[in-house]
Design a protein around this ligand. Structure first.
Ligand SMILES: Cc1cc2nc3c(=O)[nH]c(=O)nc-3n(C[C@H](O)[C@H](O)[C@H](O)COP(=O)(O)O)c2cc1C
Length: 319
């Protein structure tokens, strides 16, 4: 597609609709990397970004795994924080009121049983200011022997069905990348009534300290995030976009506006910024501005027009 001449950034419409959640721009921050939002307020005006996804919530407050539970890897972070969170009641009572008006909030849910997920979803339904729910399907399913909910098509189907029946709030399902076919998992979510999908969660990984001859994390295995996983995430977003027609939120190693634009071109409607928040707590705002500047430079009057605008590998040069 050849676009019109360059536009001024102020003439670009940055708004997108993510699965029934209106966003002022397509940049969210990713669950678990942005606390409960207020922690980042001193560094970033939260109304400058599309919104944020809060740390995943369980019914009761929980501690995560024992330390060491975070380590560096090449261009990446390895973490095994797991279930640590304040619990759904404290989130509603204490964390939500601490957020400035005008911030778009998506609550993330996880539990160790399918019924538990459904219960957390019910507690968050009808709560003012919760614009949407994101189901974190990367949690180990205790009854199924500890595999992630998102690793089995039939378990994922039951999970999405149960949560869908528990809530009428816009529902995103966040997929695990630790699967053979991301397209199949995306189709399961669409068939069971999800309004959209988010991908990817962290990639299962292991790192070893040769001097101590021990795994670097007490949990042994952790989730890899950051720029190292970006091309994997991009591939999965592109494949999912070919497979389903519900909107996609792209996640994985996004550190700049150019990174974010790649996800939009590959079919994402919005993106989430995770590990990069630790390096620069204001980066999500800079990425939001940079996407608008890119759209203006390339003659796109609406940021939403970038979604799926990837061209064929070979073709005439673009103006
Ligand atoms: C320290 C840490 C904690 C995380 N906690 C959660 C979580 O509670 N729920 C969730 O869905 N994803 C969680 N994630 C995964 C991120 O939301 C994101 O999917 C992943 O890190 C890939 O994006 P990134 O490369 O931009 O960080 C966590 C990631 C990190 C680094």
């Amino acid at each position: 597609m050849t676009r019109s001449a360059e536009l001024l950034p102020e003439n670009v419409d940055s708004a997108v609709d993510l699965a029934g959640i209106p966003l002022r721009n397509p940049v969210l921050t990713a669950s678990g990397t942005f606390g409960y939002g207020a922690e980042f307020s001193p560094f970033l005006d939260l109304t400058r970004i599309g919104g944020f996804v809060a740390k995943s919530l369980t019914l009761e407050p929980r501690f995560g795994n024992p330390p060491p539970r975070i380590a560096e890897a090449p261009s990446a972070l390895l973490n095994a924080i797991s279930l640590e969170n304040v619990g759904v009641e404290a989130f509603v009572r204490e964390k939500l009121p601490a957020l400035p008006e005008g911030v778009t909030i998506i609550a993330s849910i996880f539990e160790t049983s399918i019924e538990g997920y459904g219960e957390v979803a019910k507690r968050l339904t009808g709560v003012p200011r919760v614009a949407g729910l994101e189901v974190n399907a990367s949690c180990p399913h205790v009854e199924a022997g500890g595999i992630e909910f998102g690793q089995s098509p039939s378990v994922l189907a039951e999970l999405v069905r149960t949560v869908r029946r528990s809530t009428d709030v816009p529902l995103l399902v966040k997929l695990s990348p630790n699967v053979t076919s991301i397209s199949e998992m995306a189709k399961v979510c669409e068939a069971e009534g999800a309004d959209g999908i988010s991908l990817i969660n962290a990639v299962q990984a292991l790192e070893v300290d040769v001097e101590t001859r021990r795994p670097v994390l007490a949990n042994r295995l952790g989730g890899l995030s950051g720029p190292a996983i970006r091309p994997i995430a991009l591939r999965m977003v592109w494949q999912a976009a070919q497979a389903v027609s519900i909107p996609i939120c792209g996640i994985g190693g996004i550190a700049s506006a150019e990174d974010a634009v790649k996800f939009l071109l590959c079919g994402a409607t919005a993106v989430q910024v995770g590990t990069s928040n630790y390096l620069n707590p204001a980066v999500a705002g800079e990425i939001a501005d940079g996407i608008v500047a890119y759209a203006a430079r390339h003659g796109f009057a609406k940021v939403a027009e970038l979604t799926g605008a990837l061209l064929d590998p070979v073709g005439p040069p673009q103006s």
